[in-house]
Design a protein around this ligand. Sequence first.
Ligand code: ATR
Length: 279
Amino acid sequence: MNKYLVIGNPIAHSLSPLLHNYWFKKYRFLDSIYEKKKVEKKDLKKIVERIKNDEVKGVNVTVPFKREIFNFIDTAPYEVQFTKSVNTLVKENDKVVGYNTDQQGFEISLEENDWDCKDKKILIIGAGGVTPSILSTFIKVDGAEKIYLSNRTRSKAEELKKLWDKALGIYQMKKDTIEVIDWEKKSELCDLIINTTSVGLTKDEKLNFDFSDYNNKKDVLFYDLIYNPKETNFLKDARIRGNRTMNGKMMFLWQAHLAFKMWTGVSPTIDEEVIKLLD
Ligand code: ATR
């Protein structure tokens, strides 16, 4: 049996097993199984060892271990060494490699909606393990005009800014493109507001930003990376205000698509059936 895992804490919300097991069945990998596993920080080393010993074939990593797991892998591509954010583990040439498929997954999800960051102002809420993947999407030639970062623990947002400030020159972006603002403080009006925190994973959780300036702003997109629940309070409030909304479902599907391809060599189709599967 080829065993695959998604590890995190909490993990109950994860739809990765449903999705990957559906693809295993569809593409006739009948000796493969994908499970979710709630783990603690102390278990991460063991998980990597299990991949090395071929007890586990592949692992997805989610909240809150995307950064922590970097300390236990053998190697990673350049961009992952820069961001230290890992969501997919696989054994290659006897080494456990840490990849990140979130960044591409996120980028594809925006492209599918014809959303281009050129000259746009963006507010990123959160500075956890997934945030580097989001941030790097907007730092490129013809990238964003302005990126505001707000995190409960301000120092983590400052660290991200420090890291990415070094890259701005490479892409001919202005030195002050990235600005850290206090937690839940107002920034100037933005075109895209993204929740990258885990606030909203449970139904009654809520961010306390004052978004009243966005009333009836139909072109502003509120994007929550959370896909389960489908509509967090962040998105519900945005819908009521008249903003565009998007949850993390398509990003989730694309990051899973890329991981599945890495593990099996098969590029699974993303069609209406698989989109419905997650509803
Ligand atoms: P992961 O690495 O998998 O993204 P994480 O590093 O724990 O998980 O990141 C979770 C994000 O959600 C962080 O931005 C975290 O803010 P802190 O850096 O201040 O911890 C944010 N977060 C989690 N719970 C929160 C809460 N109750 N209020 C505000 N932010 C919260």
